[in-house]
Design a protein around this ligand. Structure first.
Ligand code: CMP
Length: 140
């Protein structure tokens, strides 16, 4: 299996509850390496741009407000089959449907305040990494 990269966000509900380290530890224990990381307070432009694919969804306004509400930690994760590995440790979008031991089952508050974001494909991982990081910030 090839070593690949994916993009992750530790969301405002997690930074607010001081769970940055706890979540990062779960990612690392799942075999992912943090090769870039920064704590930012998203602007409206960034939140709307990042989630543009969801702009017709009824929850879009709520999603954007939430992502701007408190700091987030954006990360690039590296590992074997990183996209799938990250999605497995994150668990289902809705924490009520997530498996035991996943980040969302253990820590998410609701489908909106669901602790982490992770890319859903390698193609989107590249787009999402480029949205927040330049090459010099990623040190593998
Ligand atoms: P994420 O992986 O960041 O991608 C889009 C986000 O939209 C998703 O996680 C959820 O946090 C959010 N989302 C999806 N469905 C709903 C919903 N029904 N209500 C509120 N937020 C949602």
């Amino acid at each position: 299996m090839a070593v690949t990269r994916t993009f992750s966000i530790i969301k405002p509900d997690a930074t607010r509850r001081n769970l940055t380290g706890v979540v990062t530890k779960m990612l690392e224990e799942a075999g992912l390496r943090v090769v870039a990381s920064k704590r930012i307070h998203m602007s409206r432009e960034q939140a709307e741009g990042f989630y543009a694919v969801h702009k017709e969804r009824p929850f879009f306004g709520e999603l954007v407000e939430f992502m701007m509400s408190e700091p987030v930690v954006v990360q690039v994760l590296e590992g074997e089959d990183a996209v799938k590995r990250n999605r497995d440790i994150m668990g289902a979008t809705n924490p009520a449907e997530a498996e035991a031991g996943t980040i969302r089952k253990e820590h998410a508050l609701s489908i909106g305040e669901n602790t982490v974001h992770g890319s859903d494909s390698e193609e989107n991982a590249k787009i999402e990494i480029d949205f927040f990081f330049n090459k010099e910030e990623i040190v593998g």
